[in-house]
Design a protein around this ligand. Structure first.
Ligand SMILES: C[S@@+](CC[C@H](N)C(=O)[O-])C[C@H]1O[C@@H](n2cnc3c(N)ncnc32)[C@H](O)[C@@H]1O
Length: 379
């Protein structure tokens, strides 16, 4: 279990720096961010702790092999066959191959999957002397990524994306991915201890992610990961890592987080998600239009994901709503306001230039994350 492995954490556009920061805080070695991924080194248990703890990454891979200039199926076969798969497989796993090809000589994911699987099975046959592998056991997900002829062969230790924390039962109309919501919390000026309010909270993703952070809840505590079923993973040691993270949770630290939405169903759903996240009494929610929100606290942060027009409501009413967000901040001059929006007219409708802007993607939609700083006063 003390062997050091090479790992890759997958990142959505714009979140690489934040994920690299998380990995460093978790004590990982040689953390290096590249486009769309972060490399690091650590033991198997440390990789497991990353699966449990990373807030912004979608997936954690073990890097099994890589090569710069892979131009033929033959080279791909040779590369995959260099991996000592016999050390990682007991012989019954369902070896599931996926592949992604971009701007490369090898551009057929389906063929790359087939070649890679053949190379794995050939190696297993050679090294174990067995000819039949029933594949009736747990999933062993291998991913082949080919980008500008550079190949990476990776073992997916996560399974279902890390954005699936386990608290979301139903998606509502336009929810944020949990990993993006957690990153917005990080990029906003809010820090635990300050008031936080989402005036169009929908199913509650931003509020829940902020509360998980404030209460020191590792986001993966309520779910399982592909690596828990790997034959070379020490499940008992994994349980101890999980227990340590469970013991670190401090729900009593969660204060000052609240939100509202005009839609009753969305608020009901948010309440359900709060319960499932173990945060039932930690966040207050109400059904209310943001035009009527008036708060007593000072020096807080409004954090929101208002409707964009493309997906919810029509553009004209969205533009009015963006102006209403400005009025909300004017009613609370000591509060900062942050919003993720795809509409380029947002600042114009809001009526003020943002103090900070950050380009991000909400799914496939290019967005800006705007921050309008409030005028903080001494408490
Ligand atoms: C993009 S969704 C927010 C999704 C949310 N971040 C989530 O993760 O579920 C926008 C939300 O704004 C709400 N909304 C629209 N007009 C509103 C208004 N005038 N006041 C408050 N909420 C409003 C909608 O009901 C919807 O839930």
């Amino acid at each position: 279990m003390d062997q050091i492995y090479s790992w890759i954490a997958a990142s959505a556009f714009g979140l690489e720096g934040a994920i690299a920061g998380e990995l460093r805080r978790l004590g990982m070695k040689d953390v290096r961010a590249e486009n769309g991924l972060i490399r690091f080194r650590g033991t198997l248990l440390e990789g497991y702790a990353c699966n449990l703890s990373l807030r912004f990454s979608d997936r954690v891979y073990l890097l099994m092999a890589e090569a710069e200039n892979c131009l033929s199926f033959d080279s791909l076969f040779q590369l995959v066959a260099t991996v000592p798969w016999e050390n990682y497989l007991s012989g019954t796993e369902f070896i599931h191959l996926s592949a992604q090809c971009a701007r490369s000589q090898l551009m057929s994911p389906r063929d790359c999957q087939a070649i890679a699987k053949k190379a794995i099975l050939n190696r297993l046959r050679d090294k174990t002397g067995r000819s039949v592998f029933p594949e009736t056991g747990a999933e062993f997900p291998v991913h082949v990524s080919i980008h500008e002829n550079a190949v990476r062969v990776m073992l997916d230790t996560t399974g279902t994306s890390l954005s699936r924390r386990g608290y979301r039962t139903w998606n509502g109309e336009a929810p944020l991915r949990e990993t993006l919501a957690a990153a917005l919390v990080e990029f906003s000026p809010w820090r635990p201890g300050m008031p936080l309010y989402d005036p169009c909270c929908g199913t509650g993703t931003l509020l829940i992610e902020a509360a998980l952070r404030q209460g020191h809840f590792a986001p993966g505590l309520q779910r399982s990961f592909a690596m828990e079923h790997f034959c070379f993973f020490d499940a008992e040691a994994g349980k101890a890592v999980k227990k340590q993270l469970l013991d670190a949770c401090q729900p009593s630290r969660i204060t000052g987080i609240a939100g509202s939405d005009i839609n009753l169903e969305a608020v009901d759903l948010a309440r359900r998600h709060l319960k499932l996240a173990g945060l039932k009494d930690c966040i207050s929610l109400e059904v209310k239009p943001l035009q009527e929100v008036i708060l007593q606290a000072k020096n807080g942060v409004f954090l929101c994901n208002p409707p964009y027009g493309e997906r919810l409501g029509d553009l004209e009413s969205c533009h009015q709503l963006y102006h209403d967000l400005r009025l909300l901040q004017e009613r609370h001059p000591t509060w900062s306001l942050c919003a993720i929006v795809s509409d380029p007219a947002f600042e114009k409708c809001f009526g003020r230039r943002a103090d900070k802007k950050r380009r991000l993607y909400n799914g496939r939609l290019e967005c800006q994350f705007y921050t309008f700083m409030g005028r903080r006063i001494r408490a």
